[in-house]
Design a protein around this ligand. Structure first.
Ligand SMILES: *[C@@H]1O[C@H](CO)[C@@H](O)[C@H](O)[C@H]1NC(C)=O
Ligand SMILES: *[C@@H]1O[C@H](CO)[C@@H](O)[C@H](O)[C@H]1NC(C)=O
Ligand SMILES: *[C@@H]1O[C@H](CO)[C@@H](O)[C@H](O)[C@H]1NC(C)=O
Ligand SMILES: *[C@@H]1O[C@H](CO)[C@@H](O)[C@H](O)[C@H]1NC(C)=O
Ligand SMILES: *[C@@H]1O[C@H](CO)[C@@H](O)[C@H](O)[C@H]1NC(C)=O
Ligand SMILES: *[C@@H]1O[C@H](CO)[C@@H](O)[C@H](O)[C@H]1NC(C)=O
Length: 230
């Protein structure tokens, strides 16, 4: 009979514990930090903004996934969410409306965020620049909110390429957006909510045809569109 001392048994138990811990950790795949390329893109985006209230002051540490408004995938660490909504929007008509990020145009460094599915830029100030057509190549987008962000010009038909989109808000509180051709709206197979309030549809040729094609359209959204029809 093999005699084992208490010390030997303890030794075995510790080894077992360490092995289990190692298996547990590899299974969880706890990766920290963020992807360097995406971090650089966010820094470039930050540099394109004037940020008078210093909202993006947390955007300077190594792990960009912990930055204000940024959320990453649990394991792949890709940036999935960028929420830069200006929370001051309730004061849109008062002197408290100062938390806006301001930029002459939306920076194309966003394109580096290949897995971005949620983008909220509402109530910031893009100084009457056009909505950039490059947004149409961000195929992972499910949520796009450009409400009250002072964009102007014709809404680019390239947005019709965003086939995963569930929510699109191009409410033109400020700025003066127009749509000349709505056929691309019929491309949105997953769209649940569309807000085009205040968008100038007076030159839109195919409004009713586009919505006939989109049979699953919500009445609420349709109403919003009709209210703005001139
Ligand atoms: C762990 O995460 C990496 C991404 O950094 C991924 O390539 C890999 O497949 C993951 N492994 C597991 C077991 O989930
Ligand atoms: C990120 O995007 C790549 C390429 O588009 C894709 O292969 C991958 O599955 C995506 N990962 C996540 C978590 O969405
Ligand atoms: C929109 O941008 C223009 C041009 O920079 C500016 O004059 C105007 O005040 C902006 N609108 C708002 C509501 O900030
Ligand atoms: C839209 O998608 C088509 C087909 O995938 C592609 O050829 C075209 O370049 C895309 N346009 C934009 C603006 O991304
Ligand atoms: C509609 O979607 C298809 C496939 O994604 C794309 O090839 C086409 O260019 C889109 N049409 C418009 C008007 O965006
Ligand atoms: C809408 O656009 C048309 C044509 O560009 C223009 O004549 C009209 O004044 C615009 N309406 C508003 C409310 O801006």
């Amino acid at each position: 009979m093999v005699k084992m001392s208490c010390a030997t048994i303890l030794h075995f138990m510790i080894i077992l514990l360490i092995m289990e811990l190692a298996i547990y950790c590899s299974g969880k795949n706890t990766t920290f930090g963020c992807i360097e390329r995406e971090r650089n893109a966010l820094l470039k985006l930050r540099a394109s903004f004037i940020d008078p209230s210093n909202r993006l002051s947390s955007w300077n540490t190594k792990d960009c996934c912990t930055w204000q408004g940024v959320a990453c995938h649990e394991t792949t660490r890709h940036v999935m969410t960028l929420d830069l909504k200006n929370a001051d929007y309730r004061y849109a008509f008062s002197e408290y409306f100062n938390g806006r990020l301001s930029s002459e145009e939306l920076d194309s460094s966003l394109l580096e965020l290949k897995n971005l599915s949620y983008l909220d830029l509402s109530w910031n100030n893009f100084q009457l620049s056009p909505i950039p057509p490059f947004l149409g190549s961000m195929k992972q987008l499910q949520y796009l909110n450009l409400c009250g962000a002072n964009f102007s010009g014709v809404v680019p038909y390239q947005l019709g390429n965003l086939s995963s989109l569930r929510v699109l808000d191009i409410n033109a509180w400020y700025g003066n957006l127009a749509i000349d051709n709505l056929m691309w709206v019929s491309n949105f197979s997953s769209l649940k909510q569309l807000d085009m309030s205040s968008v100038n549809l007076s030159q839109t040729k195919d409004l009713f045809q586009a919505f006939r094609l989109h049979s699953e359209f919500h009445w609420r959204s349709l109403l919003i569109v009709l209210v703005t029809f001139e």
